[in-house]
Design a protein around this ligand. Sequence first.
Ligand code: IPE
Ligand code: IPE
Ligand code: MG
Length: 225
Amino acid sequence: MSLPRHIAIIMDGNGRWAKKRLLPRAAGHRAGLKRMISLTEHVFERGIGYCTLFALSAENLARPQEELSAIYELFRAYFTGQIPVLREKGIALRVIGDLSLLPADVAALIEENTKKTEGGTRGNLTVAIGYGGRQDILSACNRAVREGREVTAETFGSMLSTGGMPELDLLIRTGKEKRISNFLLYEAAYAELYFSEKLFPDFTARDLDRAIGEYEQRERRYGKV
Ligand code: IPE
Ligand code: IPE
Ligand code: MG
C-alpha cells in the first residue's frame, strides 16, 4: 500500500516520562515539544501531506493550574519560535479546538501567528488544542440545526474542524494506552490504528517509520471483501 496522506498522533506519555526521571511533569512536556518538532519535520520530509497532532484535550483543561501554566508557556514558545521555521519550509499551521478555553493572550498569539503560515503548500500541520472529538461533532450538529439543514456524510465532514483535509489514514498513539481519548472520533472511522509502548518524548523518527511501514503492509477493506 502507499504512503498515508494524513496521519495523526495522540502524543501521550510526557508525564510518565518525567516521573521516571523524578522530574516535574513540565519537564516531560518540554521534552515532548522537542520531540513534536523533530517528528513533524520528519513527517513532511517523507512527503506526507497532512499531520494532525493532539497536544491538549478539552478534558486536559481540568489538570492542575501549575501543569497548565507550564503547557501554556510552551505554546507561547512554539507559536512564536516555530512560525518562521514552518514558513520557510512551506508548512501551513492550523489549530483546531476551542481556543476560548485558553488564556486570552495564548489564544490571540495562536490566532495571529498561525495566519502567517497560510498559503504553505508543502504540508499541512494541524495542532489540536482544547480539542474534543465529541465537542467538535456537537458543534457541527448545532450549526446544522441552526441553519435548518439536513447533513450528509460529505457536508457533515466538511463542517468538522478537520473539514477540507483528506481522510485520516493512520492514527498513532504513543504512551502504552489503547484508547482514542476523544480525539478524531468521526474522522477515525476507517483509519488504521497503531499503538506504541513508547512514551512520547522517546518516540523517534525511526519509530514513526516503523508505524508507517506497518501501515503500508495493512489491507484496508472498508467493509468489502
Ligand atoms: C500527553 O502527556 C500530553 C498532554 C495530555 C498534555 P500526558 O501529560 O498525558 O502524560 P502521561 O499520560 O501523564 O504520562
Ligand atoms: C490524550 O491523552 C490527550 C493528549 C495526548 C493531548 P490523555 O492523557 O489526556 O488521555 P487519557 O486521560 O489517558 O485518556
Ligand atoms: Mg496521558
